[in-house]
Design a protein. Structure first.
Length: 97
């Protein structure tokens, strides 16, 4: 964005603790897409609650996404984490494939 300040006006990258602060940044239903690119897999079971995709956080993401058209993208190169994401999303009542 610095090299082409007028070219990109509708995108942003945020480095923050989404588990704590994400709902404070955006109003309800204001996002069309949320991307999680290569999040920390937290391999140890005791750290699974820290994963960026969980039942509680999926509810918050759904609150922020536009109803019926919002999309959540999770990109990972760790198969176990991919399976975790798919399982959590498939079982969440506010999400559909």
């Amino acid at each position: 964005r610095k090299e082409n300040p007028t070219q990109f006006r509708n995108c942003s990258v945020m480095r923050t603790n989404a588990m704590k602060y994400l709902p404070n940044f955006f109003p309800e239903g204001s996002l069309t897409k949320i991307f999680f690119c290569f999040p920390d897999p937290h391999f140890k079971k005791k750290n699974w609650p820290r994963r960026i995709v969980s039942e509680r956080l999926l509810t918050e993401y759904c609150y922020l996404l536009q109803p019926d058209t919002g999309r959540l993208y999770c990109i990972t190169d760790v198969k176990d984490l991919h399976d975790w994401h798919v399982s959590k999303c498939d079982n969440h009542p506010m999400l559909e494939e």
